[in-house]
Ligand binder design. Structure first.
Ligand SMILES: [Zn+2]
Length: 377
């Protein structure tokens, strides 16, 4: 495992490619240093004006655009910016988790968006299928979120097509999250999202479980032809917002009613308390990711803080060493209860998937890193 020379990104991140020892995200931030953000904003305005002219014929069309929301920091900021700055009329779409999964803060933050005056649709895939798929994806990929991510990503274009809404606004660009496979024809173009690390694996494994396609509709991302038929365009707002970042989005959204987590960092592995506000099992998944790839939530936060000049590399190492990959036992227990397995079975699977090049799995079950944060292995 090699670390980026500038931040603390490891090269074990899927679809990452270092050039001269520098990660793709640092290269992206270097490349935007001299951007004229006002002129980018004007380009967006021009694009929207032209699109609006083209769309006028459709009398059923009420909404200018659609935004997928969890009620968290990024989606709250997107919704407010699109409505108040771009003066568009967005439909917000929230794919809801089952009651066993969604956190109390998550429901409050969705209510906050409704209280801010937005039109918001909540959709829920069949809870029985959801539970079976979550269990299968945990044991098959050591990543139960393959299920929820497919549904989250697919629900928004599905809704846009059904409601004949021409534009989807998405948050960060693939360059900002280091997923080069999803980069579009231009930086703002999100129509290549289907190739992202999250979506490219598709839903075939669900079919292999014996499910018929009609039971899997919420998990199937619309194909290229459907996008083209309705001239549906995904636009990354991260391309137009020069100050887009986890920290800034949280500050902006907190001022507009967003509630953060208040738990100790050792329970959440999130030193800002602003991520995965609606779902504790995402924290658990970040812990598993840590054992698979050698990095978790804290590495992502610290890297962005370094790239944004909020912290130096040396101080960042201390935060990562102390809190990366942490997760409360309570979250693990609630997940095990949900998919009806024992905590021992859970850890058996996690140990099985731990990267043996990066970690030593001891006889007593402890998983110990072989690497030192910031030093190549
Ligand atoms: Zn970097």
């Amino acid at each position: 495992m090699k670390y980026c020379k500038k931040c603390l990104q490891p090269d074990t991140r899927p679809n990452e490619k270092f050039i001269n020892g520098v990660c793709s995200i640092c290269r992206y931030y270097d490349s935007i240093e001299d951007i004229d953000w006002n002129s980018r904003y004007e380009q967006l305005q021009d694009y929207l004006k032209n699109r609006k002219k083209k769309s006028v014929k459709n009398s059923f069309q009420k909404f200018d655009c659609i935004i997928g929301v969890s009620g968290g920091k990024d989606s709250t900021r997107q919704a407010l910016w699109v409505r108040d700055k771009l003066k568009l009329n967005p439909l917000l779409w929230s794919l809801s988790y089952p009651p066993e999964q969604i956190c109390d803060i998550g429901t409050k933050n969705i209510s906050n968006l409704i209280n801010l005056g937005f039109d918001l649709v909540v959709s829920s895939p069949s809870p029985k299928t959801w539970r079976n798929l979550i269990k299968e994806s945990f044991f098959k990929f050591s990543n139960h979120m393959r299920t929820s991510e497919l549904a989250l990503f697919s629900s928004v274009p599905q809704a846009a097509l059904a409601y004949k809404i021409p534009i989807i606004f998405w948050g960060e660009t693939p360059m900002q999250v280091g997923d080069l496979s999803a980069v579009g024809e231009e930086g703002w173009d999100g129509n290549n999202m289907k190739n992202s690390n999250t979506l490219s694996s598709g839903h075939k494994w669900m079919i292999d479980m014996g499910y018929k396609r009609e039971k899997l509709i919420p998990y199937i991302y619309p194909d290229k032809n459907q996008f083209e038929l309705q001239d549906l365009q995904i636009i990354y707002l991260g391309w137009y917002l020069g100050d887009w970042s986890l920290t800034n989005n949280a500050k902006y959204s907190n001022l507009n009613g967003l509630i953060n987590r208040s738990e100790d960092y050792v329970n959440t592995g999130d030193i800002h308390g602003t991520s995965a506000l609606d779902d504790n099992w995402q924290i658990m998944n970040q812990m598993i990711k840590y054992y698979k790839f050698g990095f978790g939530f804290v590495t992502e936060i610290i890297c962005e803080d370094i790239q944004r000049g909020h912290i130096d590399r040396k101080s960042g190492i201390k935060w990562i060493e102390k809190y990366d990959g942490k997760c409360s036992d309570e979250y693990i227990k609630s997940f095990c209860k949900y998919i009806d397995i024992s905590v021992d079975e859970f850890w058996w699977q996690v140990r099985k998937s731990a990267n043996r090049d990066l970690f030593l799995v001891k006889n007593d079950g402890q998983i110990v890193p072989k690497f030192k944060v910031g030093e190549d292995l």
